[in-house]
Design a protein around this ligand. Structure first.
Ligand code: ACM
Ligand code: ZN
Length: 743
């Protein structure tokens, strides 16, 4: 009995100790095993780096980081009693795990050990993160003694950054490579070509960057940029030093409009084309019937493979509509001569031909999951984006796969919808695979498509959510615990500040709820906060709110027509969430409205009354204020309940061509004293070009010179079908309306 309770006591003491130890390890990604022992190692000016079997480059990199980040200058000559940082290759250490390392800290010595350089590099990253967290106090960085043994869950841990839709500078790319390494990512998937911009210099085809790298925006301005081959060499070398493999993506056969604008002879129709300015999926793609298209692409791949030393080239393969191929005599002749069943098999022919060429150059091809259509090319790696299905099917067929479904890994999705918790719940391996098949899942990638993300906003899209992926990709999935991870994220904001990362939101920061207090004739705005530690500041004078504006701490009461601007901050850091609510105390408030054609149930706002509730919609089509009408006109009659003097009637509509939402061709507004006697009909014809990648909110205003009226009729004529130039040409067009302001 006695010995049993002694044993139990010991277990409890050990367990408590373990908890204490773990709570001090706030690293992301979380290491496999970490123990803190008593004592500490102190970095001051006098210490040395010692190495065994490690390259000069890695030693220099380590010294450089210590100097740059912490102003610590290591010496390479070890003097007696000098504290030592040792980098050591020992090829017996966990040598079945290519990126494994151990980091041991004693008061006298830090030892980073691995069977290879890559492992040593990750040990150095862990040390750097510990140093960032410790911070420099009185010229000293002090860290706990202890030991970490660590290795990754997946061998493929990537970020895919779209540099076509928005161009990112060379310095920015290097900065991201550094950040990726710090969080133990090992792959930078560089999306270099798309409809809206070709970003890589190809010497043999100079027009790709002379023409294809620049687009003329709707306002006439020119947007663009590209990487010279020299830039790319520099970035590749920089990445190599940080053990980041760069996978270039050269899109084909679709997403190729910028290329076709430069060399239209590679299309089915011969063009001419312009570099894309609206987002979406374009019908003009490379012609699969012309051999010259393949020679062109092979020449490009020759230059690409010479620039990027890695084993992999991504060829896109996604979202290639078959409309042009169906109408092209050359494509049809190819289908016949190759004995193909249809255009899907022609896509497969296209991809297989390119894959074969890449194989002949010793490279492996990666494509998005559409490359499964019509049969996979030998050795092709499938990147699953539409769901987990691509990864599942590829692994079943014995093909390697990168599993990055949009629902989890597309960080262009707003954190309101894809938040930190969802990100952390991601598991790249489909459960339905057996143990053997699971081995084909190499890992995953975070993806950032940049239609809505110019360079200066990239940090706020990726952070802090990318931390969840750093951990999912690296750490042991067993024992994953969101609450515990969440605490480490909170502890990491300080690190992000130190690294000058302009992080955004974890989740929805607030949900506004507006109501109308008709006794006092006031709107009341309540905010339900979603993200802990967030402060909301607001202004009502049209200015952008900052930390000197009014801090929200009780419902806001509004008794005039005004725009309420809100912004979210963490401490003093702007989380990049701006939000506006506009209120109109106009004459139709609380009137009755009868709408002729029914709005779509997905875009019903708060029902019929949403159009005269005084709350104005924003540029966000999902803000709960917009009513959407698909392929039909809008017509409504408002009954003010009594006669009022009318000076103007002003319904607002949205143009958002990327979401298939267009302005009405014209709006007709009439007023009446009696329901059946509408008169004073005014027609406002649309004068805003529909071909525009920007969102436009337009008021169609009719003036009425203080006429008395009780009834108001508003008719808006929809264009009904998407125009010819639009990716959805011929499909139903949407009409979006909110608030019919009556004054
Ligand atoms: C993709 O998002 N079209 C790969
Ligand atoms: Zn063709």
């Amino acid at each position: 009995m006695k010995s049993k309770s002694f044993l139990l006591g010991t277990i409890i003491i050990l367990f408590t100790l373990q908890l204490k130890i773990n709570s001090q390890v706030t690293l992301i990604p979380k290491p496999r095993e970490a123990n803190i022992t008593s004592g500490s190692f102190s970095f001051t000016s006098g210490f040395a780096i010692k190495s065994t079997g490690v390259s000069r480059q890695l030693i220099d990199y380590t010294s450089h980081q210590l100097l740059r980040e912490f102003d610590l200058l290591p010496e390479t000559v070890v003097r007696p009693n000098f504290p030592v940082l040792e980098l050591k290759i020992d090829n017996t250490f966990l040598n079945d795990k290519p990126e494994a390392y151990s980091l041991k800290v004693t008061p006298k010595e830090i030892t980073i050990l691995s069977s290879n350089e890559r492992g040593v590099f990750y040990g150095v990253q862990t040390l750097l993160q510990i140093l960032v967290k410790a911070g420099k106090v009185n010229n000293e960085v002090k860290i706990y003694s202890g030991e970490i043994t660590d290795y990754p869950q997946y061998s493929w841990r990537g970020l895919n950054l779209d540099c076509s839709r928005h161009f990112m500078s060379k310095e920015f790319i290097k900065r991201y490579i550094e950040i990726l390494a710090f969080y133990k990512f090992n792959t930078f998937h560089w999306h270099l070509t798309d409809d809206q911009g070709w970003r890589i210099e190809i010497k043999k085809y100079p027009k790709l960057t002379e023409i294809g790298a620049w687009r003329k925006e709707a306002d006439g301005s020119i947007y663009g940029g590209y990487y010279t081959q020299q830039d790319i060499k520099e970035i590749v070398a920089y990445a190599k030093e940080r053990f980041i493999n760069i996978v270039p993506e050269i899109e084909m056969p679709g997403h190729s409009l910028a290329s076709l604008a430069s060399y239209p002879e590679n299309s089915c129709t011969g063009g001419p084309f312009e570099v894309g300015i609206v987002w979406g999926v374009m019908k003009d793609i490379y012609c699969a019937g012309r051999d010259s298209t393949f020679y062109f692409l092979q020449d490009i791949l020759d230059e690409v493979t010479a620039l990027f030393p890695g084993k992999y080239v991504h060829i896109g393969g996604d979202e290639a509509p078959k409309d042009r191929w169906k109408e092209c005599s050359k494509c049809q002749a190819r289908i016949k001569s190759e004995g193909l069943k249809d255009e899907h098999e022609l896509q497969s022919y296209f991809i297989k031909r390119i894959a074969k060429y890449l194989r002949s150059k010793g490279k492996e091809m990666i494509g998005w999951d559409e490359i499964l259509q019509g049969g996979l090319a030998e050795g092709a790696i499938v990147q699953s984006w539409q769901s987990f299905m691509g990864a599942y099917v590829a692994a079943k067929q014995g093909h390697y796969t990168i599993c990055s479904p949009a629902s989890y890994t597309y960080l262009n999705s707003d954190p309101d919808n894809l938040d930190l918790r969802i990100a952390y719940s991601f598991n790249p391996v489909p459960d339905e695979l057996n143990e053997e098949e699971k081995k084909f899942v190499l890992g995953s990638e975070v993806n950032l498509w940049t239609e809505e993300a110019p360079e200066e906003t990239v940090d706020s899209k990726l952070f802090p959510r990318i931390l969840a992926f750093a951990e999912v990709f690296w750490s042991n999935p067993e024992g994953r615990n969101y609450e515990e991870f969440y605490k480490r994220v909170q502890a990491s904001y300080k690190d992000l500040d130190a690294m000058r990362i302009k992080y955004g939101r974890e989740t929805k920061v607030f949900t506004p709820k507006t109501s109308f207090d008709s006794d006092k004739n006031e709107f009341v705005v309540e905010l339900n906060k979603g993200q802990a530690g967030t402060d909301i500041y607001y202004s009502m004078d049209g200015s952008d709110p900052d930390i000197n504006s009014i801090l929200y701490n009780e419902p806001i009461r509004i008794n005039k027509s005004v725009t309420l601007n809100l912004a979210a901050f963490r401490n003093k850091h702007d989380l990049g969430k701006k939000f506006s609510l506009s209120f109109d105390l106009h004459k139709a408030l609380n009137a009755e409205i009868t709408i002729k054609n029914k709005y779509d149930e997905r875009y019903r706002a708060s029902g019929d009354n949403a159009l005269i509730d005084g709350v104005r919609a924003t540029e966000n089509l999902h803000d709960g204020c917009w009513q959407g009408y698909e392929g039909v006109d809008f017509e409504a009659v408002i009954d003010l309940g009594e006669e009022k003097e009318i000076s103007k009637v002003s319904p607002r509509f949205m143009l958002n061509s990327n979401s298939w939402i267009f302005l009405p061709e014209k709006v007709t507004i009439s007023i009446a004293e009696d329901e059946d006697e509408f008169m004073e009909e005014k027609t406002i014809v649309n004068d805003v070009p529909q071909k525009n990648s920007e969102i436009v909110l337009k008021d169609f205003t009719a003036a009425f010179n203080n006429k008395p009226a009780r009834y108001i009729k508003v008719k808006a004529e929809s264009i009904k079908k998407c125009p010819d130039w639009h990716p959805g040409a011929g499909g139903k067009a949407w009409l979006f309306i909110d608030e019919i302001v009556v004054e």
